[in-house]
Structure formats: C-alpha cells, structure tokens
Design a protein around this ligand. Structure first.
Ligand code: F6R
Length: 609
C-alpha cells in the first residue's frame, strides 16, 4: 500500500515525482525516497519520516534530470528507517528499485543470495527483489528481459519499478496483484500506484494488467506479458477530479476500504501460508512458548475489541485455550488477575490508542508476555509489545474501521491455526482450515457483489427508529461490529446481543418499524435463530437475515434474505457477514446525508483517555 511515482520526459523529473508523492500523501507513509541518474550512476536519496525530510535532502543541491522514480513507504518488512526506505540498489548498484506489495519467498531468496556472497543493507523484501533482478541483469540482457526473468523468481504481490544506470532512457515496471497505473502523455510518460498522482500531467491512463511488464520511454509505452509477448495498450480517459481520484473514484474512503477487503485478506496471509498450506509465524515466539501458555487475555477497544471476541471464540473452540476479552479502559483500572503463564494480546489498528497502550504497559510491569496485532508499523503498541504481528491492511483513512476488522480477525485465525499446528493438536484439521482461509478473499469478492441488494434494503429501511443486530456464537460477535458501524456513521440507535438474550429484556423494545439484522451461519443453531426471528416478527419487527448459500431453513422465516458464500469453517462464514452489514450501514448513512468518513464526535486515533 505504498506510493509509487515515475516520470520520463522534458520536465525536471525529480520535481515531478516529488509532486506525485505529495499527491499520494493522503494514504499515509513513514519514509520516502527518490532515484535518478547523475553522471552515469543512479543517485538514491531517501529518508525516514515525512516528505519534508526528503525535500531537505533533495534541496541540498540542484537536482535536474529527465527521468526519475520515487516512493513513499508504509513499512511492512523492517521498521521505518532510512535504510529500509526505497529505492533499493541491486548488489552492483547498477539498478534501483521501488516496490509496493509483499514478496512471499524473500527469506528463501535472501538465503540463496547470501550464500552467493550478496550483502544486504536493509531488512526489506524489496532489496531482495532488487538483487534478484540485478543478478539477471548482470548476464548482459536488456532491463526488460532482466525484470521479466527476475519476477519469475518472485512469489507474492508486487508492483515494482526499475531504473538502470546503463539504460538511462527508460523506466521498466512490472505488476502482479499490487496496483500500478501508467499515464500516457505527449513526449512524456508517467507511472504511479494510484490515479491522483497522474492527473495533473495527463488524463489518459492505462491500468497495467496482472503479470505485465511495461517499458516507458519519451517515445511511448510498451507492454508485454511474462513470456515477452506484446500486449495492446488501452488507455482510458479519467474524468474524476483529484479528490474523487484519491478515493479511487468511490464517493467515500469508507466505501473504498470496504471494497479493498478481498485484497487486504490476500495481503494479510501473504508470506504466512506456504505451498504446503503450513502457517509460518515462526518469528512470533519460539515453538515451546506456545505449549507454556495456559490462558490468553485479548485487550482492545471498539472494533478491535469486537475482533478480539472472534479470537476468543476460535481460541476456545479450536484450541480449548481459556481466553478473556477486555476493553482496554476497563482492564487498566480493573486490577486483573494475571497468570504468569498467560499471554496478553493487544489488538489495535492505529497502535496508538491510549487505553490499549496503558493496558500494555500494565502487563509489561507484571512481566506478562505481550503480543500486538497492529496495523501501523512503528506505532507505540507495535514497538512496545514483546512481539507484533502486522495486519498488513494498508492505511485506513475512514474513521469507521472496516478493512482493519477483517484483517484483525484473519490474523487471530492464522494465530489460532498456527498454535494448533505447532502443538499438533489431534482433531484439528489445520490444513483444511488453512485452505478455507486462503479461499476467503474470493468469497469476500462475492459478498461485495451484494452491494445493489444492500442499497435496496437501505432505501427501504433508512428511517428505522432502531436496529437490532443479533446472532449466536460467532454471528453474535459480528453482530456487535455490524451495530457499531450503523450507529457510528448513520446515527441510528442499535441494540445488539446474542439472539438468545432477547427475551430477557431487549425484546421489550420491538415494535412496528424496528428492524432486526441477523447473521445466521451456524448450521447447528439455525432452528434456534429462526425462533428468535419469529419473536421479533410477532411483535411487528422486520427481519433481515444474512445466511449462507446452502441455507433453506431461514429463508422461510425472514422478511429479507441476504446470501453469502458459505465456508466449511463456519467461523469464516460468520466473519463474511460483516461485509453486507458494512455496506448496509454505509448506504443508510449516505441516504440520510451523514458525513461518512468523519462522523460527528469521533476521531480515527484515540490517543487520549
Ligand atoms: C470503530 C473504530 C473504533 C476503533 C477503536 C480502537 O469503527 O474505528 O472503535 O476500533 O477506537 O482503535 P485502534 O484499533 O486504533 O486501537
């Protein structure tokens, strides 16, 4: 989710690519760099921190070049330091590379290259990719050929861009899974990770297809596939204004982030599941630690707390490992009983939430093992936890969290399966579960196709006075998150509880006009959920049920049926119900004219108590 920029043409290329990076600033980043040729050598200037740091470095002497590439990094492999910032050289400093994505086999490749005598200056997967391509290039072939051969050795997601000292008149780029767009100008050409960085220069844009290599010169752009066969160039004309382009053409960041979830699910497991469907989280704690842990405490706020509840469900059901979930604000003042063999897990998108950070410090003062599940690398929680697993969801800009939630639950699922794998638990079919997790992104794509149906439901029910969110088991946990979305962006009161609790009080609130959104993905309790639906309907309420595609029971009971693709691991079906709920909340809020990305009274990162 890093920013990529590149320019070749008559203007001052260093100025152009810097301007492009500024236009990508809204996405968030923690370091930046630029590369351009000077006297037969590729000069690389890079700095951790904001673009102003890079600007100071660039400003130290006059910089003028007709060709340049630049990058703003959002750290994934290795912290946000000068060394880890892009561009990266190959072993011979003949080429410089920038990259967005994750090279899954970078550790194997790094070992292979180290054995051949390569030396690395950073901890990044990108530098490994640079050395791989540099090695091919040393064979005396063209830059395009070297990139084509090099990327065949890489596994994972990448958009990468290469500049060479010996072929100064071209930029070569390759793409697999991570976005890359090309800007077609007259006598000048550009590339970027996102359309807003192209718009001041051209509105003719080519979305580079998967598994393609592009060569940019002042004369034009050539695209080929990985076997070297030319591909046609099909530019599209972009009408959006710059602000709309930042949102990828979506009306709000929230909608963009909802739609990013399939990609986020892929990024989240990238490099963590190998070809044999084994989970690789070896860097977290050594294997023996997992056999010592007798209890888990998950500590978080808001959406991250809701993700923690899903973790508890899985840890207890799959691992039989006692797990409690605490609100950070309650934990820190609650004088918690902490077993010395327990593990405290801190879930946080921002990594800066004040209550969660204070709870972490409390655990550390009691010498409890701590593990972070965090999105922002270099954040306080990520730095202070003994170990951290990053959710790799990319910057989340909308205040209401969406993609961070699915990523947090995915990491908790990976972790639970990893513990089962390490402990060789009888009865847990890890491989089968991992297979289901790998297929989750595709099923998330199918859920996004429900948008038109959710718009229809939003139009019909946008004036509801109250909305219940109900379910059982994992569905009850997702119901909490669905309710949080609706209340925070559409300002509609919600009532959320396990469906079985309804008759112990909340049922008194049901009257005509009230809506009840049910997640019902657990075959074993389908009949019970149907009974709860009947209780709502008997009192004049309307039931919307989100069910899996094999369910023929619930459809007879609900007023509205939303079907999602089921998974053999029911827990994952429950997780996917959040996508139609997010879409429902979003469209209700939009139809009610609410300010979606920045709801009233709320902030993205709650760094005060
Ligand atoms: C809700 C939301 C908040 C955050 C909470 C924790 O949509 O975004 O409830 O989940 O403030 O924030 P992090 O995850 O940054 O610790």
């Amino acid at each position: 989710m890093c920013g990529i920029a590149g320019y070749i043409g008559p203007r001052n290329a260093v100025e152009v690519v810097f301007d492009q990076l500024k236009r990508l600033e809204y996405r968030g980043y923690d370091s930046a760099g630029v590369a351009f040729p000077v006297n037969g050598h590729i000069e690389v200037l890079k700095r951790a921190g904001k673009l102003t740091e890079l600007q100071k470095l660039i400003g130290e002497e006059p910089r003028d070049s007709r060709i340049a590439i630049a990058h703003s990094r959002w750290a994934t492999h290795g912290g946000p330091t000068n060394e880890n910032a892009h561009p990266h050289y190959d072993a011979y400093e003949r080429i410089a590379i920038i990259h967005n994505g994750i090279i899954e086999n970078y550790l194997e490749l790094r070992e292979e290259l180290l054995a051949k005598g390569h030396k690395f200056r950073s901890q990044t997967d990108t530098e490994v990719a640079a050395h791989v391509i540099g090695e091919e290039y040393a064979g005396g072939i063209s830059l395009e050929e070297a990139v084509r051969k090099g990327v065949k050795r890489l596994r994972g997601a990448y958009a990468l861009v290469v500049l060479s000292q010996s072929e100064e008149g071209k930029i070569v780029a390759a793409r697999n899974a991570s976005p890359l767009v090309l800007g077609v100008g007259s006598g000048e050409n550009l590339l970027a990770s996102d359309i807003p960085a192209l718009l001041p220069y051209t509105r003719e844009v080519v979305i580079l297809e998967e598994d393609s290599i592009a060569t940019l010169t002042t004369a034009g752009i050539q695209v080929m596939d990985l076997d070297g066969r030319p591909k046609p160039l099909e530019p599209i004309h972009i009408e959006w204004d710059i602000a709309a382009a930042e949102r990828g053409g979506y009306e709000h960041f929230m909608l963009k982030e909802i739609h990013e979830q399939p990609e986020v699910l892929r990024q989240c497991i990238a490099g963590r599941v190998d070809d044999k469907l084994e989970i690789r989280l070896d860097q977290v704690f050594s294997e023996h630690v997992w056999t010592e842990i007798d209890r888990v405490n998950i500590i978080a706020c808001g959406t991250a707390y809701n993700a923690g509840l899903m973790g508890k469900h899985l840890f207890e059901k799959l691992l039989r490992l006692p797990t409690d979930v605490y609100y950070s604000s309650e934990f820190r003042y609650g004088d918690p009983v902490l077993s010395p063999r327990s593990l405290a897990i801190f879930v946080s998108q921002s990594g800066e939430t004040a209550d969660t950070l204070a709870a972490l410090r409390l655990c550390k003062s009691r010498r409890i093992r701590t593990l972070g599940i965090v999105n922002v690398i270099g954040s306080s929680i990520a730095r202070e936890c003994d170990r951290t697993i990053f959710t790799q969801a990319g910057p989340e800009i909308s205040v209401a969290s969406t993609k961070a939630y699915t990523a947090q639950v995915t990491v908790l699922t990976l972790l639970a399966m990893y513990i089962a794998q390490v402990q060789e638990m009888p009865g847990v079919r890890v491989e089968e579960a991992v297979q289901e997790l790998v297929g989750l992104a595709e099923r998330a794509e199918v859920c996004l196709k429900l948008e038109d149906q959710m718009i229809g439901l939003a139009e019909k029910y946008k004036d509801m006075p109250l909305c219940f969110f109900l379910g059982r088991g994992a569905d009850a946990n997702v119901a909490l998150e669905g309710a949080l979305k609706l209340k925070e962006i559409a300002y509609i009161p919600t009532e959320e509880s396990p469906a079985g609790e309804m008759k112990h009080g909340p049922l008194a609130l049901v009257q005509p006009g009230v809506i009840a959104m049910f997640g019902s993905t657990d075959r074993e309790v389908r009949d019970k959920v149907v009974s709860s639906m009947k209780e709502i309907q008997a009192r004049g309420g309307t039931v919307i049920a989100i069910v899996t595609d094999d369910d023929t029971v619930t459809e007879k009971a609900a007023d509205e049926i939303v079907r999602i693709p089921g998974s053999k691991l029911e827990f994952l079906s429950a997780l996917l119900t959040i996508i139609p709920m997010q879409l429902f909340a979003y469209h209700v809020a939009r139809l009610r004219g609410c300010e979606i990305d920045q709801p009233r009274n709320l902030a993205k990162s709650v760094t005060v108590e």
